[in-house]
Design a protein around this ligand. Structure first.
Ligand SMILES: Nc1ncnc2c1ncn2[C@@H]1O[C@H](COP(=O)(O)OP(=O)(O)O)[C@@H](O)[C@H]1O
Ligand SMILES: [Mg+2]
Length: 200
């Protein structure tokens, strides 16, 4: 996933601009991260991975991991014969120049351990002045209501600390997976289907 194969679509401007400027100013932004939220399938993982790949090409250490995978791997370290240790995974998440946390808050209910891991990683990286880029499927309504903030702790502190370290961009582009499936079903091109949606 690169910037080259990312197509500018209606609504994708803010996320694209935020990620490209975060790449450009990476050396000077310190802990200032990126929070891209919006509907599923609208390019959030693609655009952040594209930015991560650019930084890897420039010699930075970048980790891209989905929340589910991260939690599963940390959980698996409880088995004594697990191939990676808790310290190795946590260390990598804290030491990478950039951590891309894909699908933040995708877990419906967080266990006490998961809440603690989120705190350890976000707090540790903040102290080290290192950024996190997050993608999330939360809706603008969920974002505004603040309800989601209380899933992390009962004072909503963790959430607002995370968000306080990030530039947020709402990706309003539509679900490209759905568009592709619909275009295929109708036997027309994606461009043609998008034109029809826009009533052209
Ligand atoms: N603007 C875009 N240009 C090119 N491909 C895109 C674009 N947006 C999404 N895609 C592709 O559509 C699929 C879903 O996008 P993805 O980034 O995984 O969505 P999200 O993370 O928002 O759920 C991926 O295969 C991705 O490469
Ligand atoms: Mg995604």
């Amino acid at each position: 996933m690169t910037f080259e194969n990312f197509r500018m679509r209606n609504g994708s401007g803010p996320a694209y601009q935020e990620v490209t400027s975060a790449v450009q100013d990476f050396e000077t932004r310190g802990k200032l991260g990126v929070f891209i939220f919006g509907e599923t399938g609208n390019g959030k993982s693609h655009i952040t991975a594209a930015g991560g790949n650019e930084l890897i090409a420039k010699g930075h250490a970048v980790i891209f991991i989905t929340e589910k995978d991260l939690f599963k791997r940390l959980e698996a370290t409880r088995n004594f014969n697990n191939k990676e240790s808790f310290g190795e995974i946590m260390g990598a998440c804290l030491e990478a120049d950039l951590l891309i946390w894909d699908d933040f808050m995708s877990s419906q209910k967080l266990s006490a351990d998961e809440k603690d891991w989120i705190f350890q990683i976000t707090n540790g990286r903040e102290r080290a002045n290192k950024p996190i880029w997050m993608t999330s499927n939360i809706t603008p309504e969920e974002f505004e209501s603040g309800e989601i903030a209380f899933r992390l702790d009962d004072k909503a502190r963790t959430w607002w600390r995370i968000i306080g370290n990030m530039n947020c961009a709402l990706n309003l582009a539509t679900n490209l997976r759905k568009i592709k499936a619909m275009a295929r079903a109708l036997g027309i091109s994606v461009e043609e289907y998008e034109k029809r949606l826009q009533g052209e």
